[in-house]
Design a protein around this ligand. Structure first.
Ligand code: SF4
Length: 450
């Protein structure tokens, strides 16, 4: 089939996690290579691709709402199409498949988490035939590595090293929609990283549902620490990784925070709960003591490492005592950032059938208490940066105030500083500049170029 999207405009809308954001860069790169022109809004777009996540119910609801509005949205006046092409991919595409087209007949293409490479031919077939195309292939298909990418930030790249997950946490739908874990060969990862270094990329984030179990399915069983060493060896300035399951975080990886200067001193280590009883029900396979021991080792290796985490409040059967175990764990760790979620039931997971009779207002009360603690901790953690000079990777002008530039510290804090006289934020975009921090708020640091 010959494929061209010359003359067509494209908008990609992403709901959900970093993996979806990376997928959306690949969709953009692939369709741009075939002639499509990216645009920012649905109104201007001849083709809209939704990349979705079904981990949280809110993303489901927002997706269905936004796709529904597409039906009545007029096409741009000079569009060559008679009807806007709508495609849905990612977790919800994988999970719901043909049901999406049955529920919303104006949807033209549904593709699964492993069918990204098929999107151009599915769109073309929908254009040629006028009928909906659904391809949700078996989730064990091979690692999609060689698609072009249009990076949102030219100086930073997501680099997937595993897809899928083998852990089956009892609340999570990912293993059912993203399939079993598959690791990408080490030489592929290194060659992609080398390409980024040659292009001038400053920061690589290694991605996987659980990067720590990398390589168990590969010949020779390379380990995640081998990936870190090899990517550091390419000369990239900054390395980050996400996500890290505590049960698989090795001493060697912890030690790299001390020995690899390019590994940034920030780690997202999802704890989910501080109650051993709830952790067991979640099938997390560690207890609070093991988690706190990891925190101790991390701080021994890198004294001021910034830790962040995810916490679910209101898991089925959570008692006040369970919640207080979580609260005390958060107090003991002192996180820089905590992503707090109220438990939301995902059909098809074991937790969905667990008895759950805690009143909503009780759960909300616990959530509010935790958020208050987390915000206090984040504020306190940021105060320690006052007076320090930190290297900031500049992302551009601040969205709120264009006289300020905005960027990221090694600990992944947002940093604002006035744009120096004689240059613009765009001039500094993608560069690492030293900023002296003179003020610290809960969510950002403020300073001036040193
Ligand atoms: S580790 Fe658990 S929470 Fe994370 S993706 Fe796998 S099953 Fe889901």
């Amino acid at each position: 089939m010959s494929m061209s999207f010359q003359g067509l405009t494209l908008c990609v809308k992403t709901f959900g996690c970093q993996m979806n954001k990376h997928d959306s860069e690949r969709v953009l790169g692939t369709l741009e290579a075939l002639g499509a022109t990216p645009v920012d809004s649905f109104e201007e777009a001849d083709m809209v691709v939704f990349l979705t996540c079904c981990v949280r119910e809110a993303a489901d609801t927002r997706l269905y709402g936004q796709v529904a509005t597409m039906r009545t949205l007029p096409l741009r006046p000079d569009s060559p199409l008679a009807k806007r092409l709508i495609a849905i991919g990612g977790c919800i595409g994988q999970r719901d498949g043909r049901k999406l087209v049955d529920a919303m007949p104006h949807v033209d293409v549904v593709f699964g988490t492993h069918n990204l490479h098929a999107l151009p031919s599915l769109l073309q077939a929908a254009l040629d035939t006028g009928s909906s195309q659904v391809e949700v292939r078996d989730a064990s298909a091979s690692f999609p590595t060689d698609l072009p990418t249009d990076r949102e930030q030219p100086w930073a790249a997501w680099l997937p090293i595993t897809i899928g997950c083998n852990n089956f946490c009892s609340y999570c739908i990912v293993p059912y929609v993203r399939g079993r874990e598959k690791s990408r060969p080490l030489e592929d990862i290194v060659s992609e990283a080398e390409g980024y270094v040659a292009e001038g990329v400053k920061e690589i984030t290694l991605l996987g549902q659980n990067v720590n179990s990398y390589g168990r399915d590969l010949y020779g069983s390379p380990r995640f620490v081998d990936v870190l060493d090899a990517v550091a060896h390419t000369g990239i300035e900054r390395i980050r990784f996400a996500t890290s399951h505590p049960k698989d975080l090795s001493d060697e990886v912890i030690e790299r925070f001390a020995t690899l200067p390019s590994l940034m001193p920030a780690l997202h280590l999802p704890v989910q709960s501080g109650s051993d009883r709830i952790l067991k029900a979640m099938n997390r396979r560690y207890d609070a003591a093991r988690y706190l021991d990891l925190v101790r080792k991390l701080r021994e290796a890198k004294g001021d490492i910034a830790l962040s985490t995810d916490i679910i409040v209101g898991f089925p059967g959570e008692t006040e005592e369970d919640f207080m175990d979580t609260y005390r764990l958060v107090e003991a760790v002192g996180y820089h950032q905590v992503f707090t979620f109220i438990y939301s039931k995902r059909e098809g997971t074991p937790a969905a059938s667990m008895p759950d009779d805690t009143p909503r207002e009780v759960i909300q009360g616990r959530f509010d208490r935790l958020v208050e603690l987390v915000q206090r901790q984040a504020f306190e953690a940021n105060q320690t940066e006052r007076g320090r000079v930190v290297p900031v990777l500049v992302e551009g002008a601040s969205k709120r105030d264009s006289s300020l530039l905005s960027g990221r510290s090694p600990k992944n804090q947002t940093v604002h500083a006035p744009v120096p006289a004689g240059c613009s934020a765009a001039d500094l975009q993608g560069r690492i500049v030293d900023v002296r921090i003179d003020d610290a708020k809960t969510w950002y640091l403020q300073g001036s170029l040193a």
